[in-house]
Design a protein around this ligand. Structure first.
Ligand SMILES: NC(=O)c1ccc[n+]([C@@H]2O[C@H](COP(=O)([O-])OP(=O)(O)OC[C@H]3O[C@@H](n4cnc5c(N)ncnc54)[C@H](OP(=O)(O)O)[C@@H]3O)[C@@H](O)[C@H]2O)c1
Length: 412
C-alpha cells in the first residue's frame, strides 16, 4: 500500500512514527503534503511538498490519508482523491459532518473506500462497532461524552472546584482545548461528531445546522452545586434514542448525570459512549478521545482494514426504521436564569420545581423538544437536562388522564 499523507501536525506526525515502527503492515508513505515548506520536521526533507498534485496526481499512490486542520481544503482534497480512484482515510470531523451524504455517494460511485474512525471519539472504535457489531441489534439509545476539552473543564469544575475560566485556561495549557476554544465550548465539535455517529447508529443524514445542540459556556458554580447536592455531575451529553413514533430523537446538550452512570466515570479529556440495545443491553466503550497517538492509532487501523478492502456499507440507511429525526417528544430540563431576565416558564408544559430567590433562579420541568432550539438560543438562560431526560409524547399525554391532550406553547 502506497500512501500520500496530507498534514504533519499532531496526528500526521504521530501516524508517520507509528508506520515507521510497524513495518509488518507493508505500508509506505511516499509523500507528505503540508502548508509551509520551511518548518523543521522530524522526517527527511525530501518527503515533504507543498504541492498537493504531487500526491493527488501520482498514479503510484493508491490511498490518501487526510490529516490537515483546514476543513475547506480537506474537502477539496478528499473529493479530488475519490474522483481519481484513490481510497481515503480522514480524521476531519468538521469536513465530514458538512459533506457526508455527498462524499458517501461519491465514494460508492468510484468504488473506493472512505474511512474515518478517528473523526469521532479518537481511539474508541465506535464507528466500526456501530457498522458491524450493532448492525442487527436494535439500538434503543446511544449517549456519549464525545468532546474531551469540555469534559476536562466540567470535571475540573466539579472535582477541583475550579471556576469555568480557570478550568478553560488549564485545558488550554495542557493542549486539550483549541487556541480558539469556541469550537469546543460552544458544542460545535461535539455536534460534528454526533452527526457522523448518527449516520452509523441510525442511518440518519443530518447536517450540524439541523441538529439541536449547545455547549457548556454558561454552566457555572450554581449548576455545579445544584448537581452535587443531588449526587449528580454535569456532562456535555450527545444523545439519541428510538422514539415510539418510529423516528429518532437526537441532540447535544449539557445534562445532569447520576454519579453511578457510566458517563460520570468519563472524566477529564476522556470520551465514552454507552449503547442500550435489544439483545446486548447496556454496553460502554471508553478511551482517549484525542491526542497524537490515540488518534493516529485509529487512522492506522483504518489503513490496515484497506488491505482486505473494507468499506462502510451504511446498512442502517436502508434497514433501520429509525432513519429520520423527530422533535415530537419532551425533555425534562432545568433552566437557570438571572434575576434581570424573564422566568422561562412560558417554555414549560409542566413545572415541578421553581426557585426565584434572586440569588439562583431556576425552573425545572417538561419542555417540548420543538422549543429546544429557541430556548438554547436565549443566551441569558442556562439549560441542563435532567438524568433520563427524554419522555415520549405518548408518555406525557398519558399523564393527562382527563383530556389526553397537552398544550405545547407556541412562541414567537
Ligand atoms: N489532534 C487531535 O487530537 C485530533 C483528534 C481527532 C481528530 N483530529 C483531526 O485531525 C486533523 C488534524 O489535526 P491535528 O491536530 O493534527 O492538526 P495540527 O496539529 O494543527 O496540524 C495540521 C497540519 O495540517 C497542515 N495543513 C493545514 N492546512 C493545510 C493545507 N491547506 N494543505 C496542506 N497541509 C495543510 C499543517 O501544515 P504545516 O505543518 O505546514 O503548518 C499541519 O501539518 C483535523 O481534522 C482534526 O480535527 C485531531
Amino acid at each position: 500500500m502506497t500512501l500520500g499523507l496530507f498534514g504533519y501536525g499532531t496526528v500526521g506526525e504521530s501516524l508517520y512514527k507509528l508506520i515507521e515502527t510497524t513495518p509488518e503492515l507493508g505500508v509506505t508513505i511516499k509523500k507528505v503534503c503540508v502548508r509551509y515548506n520551511d518548518k523543521k520536521r522530524s522526517a527527511p526533507k525530501e518527503l515533504f511538498t507543498v504541492n498537493r498534485d504531487e500526491i493527488l496526481k501520482d498514479p503510484d499512490i493508491d490511498t490518501v490519508v487526510e490529516l490537515i486542520s483546514d476543513a475547506d481544503a480537506a474537502y477539496t482534497i478528499v473529493k479530488f482523491a475519490i474522483e481519481h480512484g484513490k481510497h481515503v482515510v480522514t480524521a476531519n470531523k468538521k469536513m465530514l459532518a458538512a459533506h457526508l451524504p455527498e462524499l458517501i455517494a461519491l465514494h460508492k460511485q468510484h468504488n473506493v473506500s472512505l474511512l474515518y474512525e478517528a473523526s469521532a471519539c479518537g481511539s474508541i472504535p465506535i464507528i466500526r462497532n456501530l457498522e458491524e457489531y450493532y448492525d442487527n441489534d436494535k439500538l434503543y439509545s446511544i449517549k456519549g461524552v464525545v468532546n474531551g476539552s469540555t469534559n476536562y473543564i466540567l470535571t475540573s469544575m466539579f472535582e477541583e472546584q475550579k471556576s469555568f475560566k480557570e478550568a478553560l485556561a488549564k485545558a488550554q495549557e495542557l493542549g486539550f482545548a483549541e487556541a480558539d476554544p469556541s469550537l469546543d465550548i460552544e458544542g460545535h465539535d461535539a455536534a460534528n461528531k454526533w452527526c457522523i455517529l448518527l449516520k452509523h447508529a441510525y442511518g440518519i443524514d443530518v447536517h450540524p445546522s439541523n441538529l439541536t445542540y449547545t455547549g457548556i459556556e454558561s454552566i457555572d458554580e450554581a449548576d455545579a452545586s445544584y448537581a452535587t447536592e443531588r449526587g449528580w455531575v454535569i456532562r456535555l451529553v450527545a444523545y439519541a434514542c428510538a422514539l415510539p413514533n418510529g423516528k429518532t430523537a437526537a441532540f447535544v446538550i449539557p445534562a445532569f448525570v447520576h454519579k453511578t452512570d457510566q458517563l460520570a466515570f468519563v472524566r477529564h479529556e476522556y470520551n465514552g459512549v454507552v449503547m442500550d440495545t435489544k439483545f446486548s443491553s447496556i454496553q460502554f466503550l471508553y478511551g482517549k478521545g484525542a491526542g497524537g497517538n490515540p488518534t493516529a492509532g485509529a487512522v492506522l487501523s483504518d489503513i490496515s482494514t484497506l488491505r482486505y478492502h473494507y468499506t462502510y456499507e451504511y446498512r442502517k440507511q436502508h434497514f433501520s426504521e429509525q432513519n429520520s429525526l423527530s422533535d415530537d417528544y419532551f425533555v425534562q430540563a432545568y433552566v437557570r436564569y438571572p434575576s434581570s431576565a424573564e422566568a422561562p416558564t412560558h417554555y414549560f408544559v409542566a413545572m415541578n420545581e421553581w426557585q426565584n430567590n434572586g440569588d439562583t433562579n431556576f425552573v425545572k420541568g417538561t419542555v417540548h423538544a420543538s422549543l429546544l432550539p429557541k430556548l438554547l438560543q436565549e443566551k441569558h438562560y442556562t439549560v441542563v437536562l435532567l438524568p433520563n431526560a427524554v419522555v415520549s409524547s405518548e408518555d406525557v399525554k398519558a399523564l393527562d388522564k382527563v383530556s389526553g391532550k397537552i398544550h405545547v406553547p407556541t412562541l414567537n
